[in-house]
Design a binder for this molecule. Sequence first.
Ligand SMILES: [Zn+2]
Ligand SMILES: [Zn+2]
Length: 350
Amino acid sequence: MKAALLRGPGDIVLEEVPVPEISDNEVLIEVKYCGICGSDLGSYRTRDLIQPGTYLGHEFSGVIAKVGKNLKGWKVGDRVVCNELYECGECYACKRGFTSCCPHAMDHEIGCVPGLEDAGGFAKYVRIPHPEYRLYALPGEVSFEEGTLVEPLACSLHAVRISNFKPRERAMVLGCGMIGLGVITHLKNAGAGLIVATEVIEKRTEMAEKLGADYVFNPQEVSNLKEEVLELTDRVGVDVVFDCSGIPQAFQSAPGFLRPRGQIILIGLLAHEVPIVPLQFNLGEYNLQASFCYYHDEFPMVIELLKRHISPIEEVITSKIKLSDIVKKGFDVLTSSGNNEIKVIVEPDE
Ligand SMILES: [Zn+2]
Ligand SMILES: [Zn+2]
């Protein structure tokens, strides 16, 4: 089979690899679809995020193709999605359920770290070690296409759950890619009083409005965004800013939109230095809370959300492409300026 391998910035190839062998405690998944994530794109642009030598793909849905003989409760043909993070089970974080903070979470992260011998989700088959916390059943009401949204929606849900946000409060969402759109979805479900968002791509702006954003500003077109936010909030500022942009300037601007003692939730991944003035945080007594992925118990919560179809979130999937086109119709399009895509999902065809 073919598997997408990141060799370096701007360099992804489809490499011929064997179908993985599984142990008695593992499962093999036949992938139906796998989404291209912002972190995949980040590593295609620069070396900041996922490192060269990684078989990519961590947002996949599929069916079980083989089950290790020690495993109970799963059978061939079961529809599933997968949590790609690893948990050691022994450390301070794992013992308290803060599983994404496990110091080893990324050592064996499927589709995100170099040196793993097997394919990630951009391939026909993926080996799943530790299915006991990684594998979740996808109910019949949720399509395989929608199943690819479980992982990114879990990231968004986690950010809202660890924030100080409460019903009727005002929130701001910087960046309406998949994660920002997920945050808007969860905020709306949680009873937000006001959701102000920022985005430059037209289709994402439309989607943000559809999912519940009250105002979406294009930061390249508004001369004084802070003033706009103050106008909408009785000149007080918002309670929580969710920075989903992955853009240094957006992160730097975040404190300017907050009410006194407001909170910034940093979700976008910035792997290099970004200058900030700490005094600004002292003066407003602001709180900066970073968020990373999700805890595994948030997967079933997202599956339930999708199962009930209470939001049109599946409309974020703007293109379905074949694995053989992953570079040309996927990575190259998504990293080109002026593209009008949100989520592109990939179907294995070789
Ligand atoms: Zn992702
Ligand atoms: Zn651990």
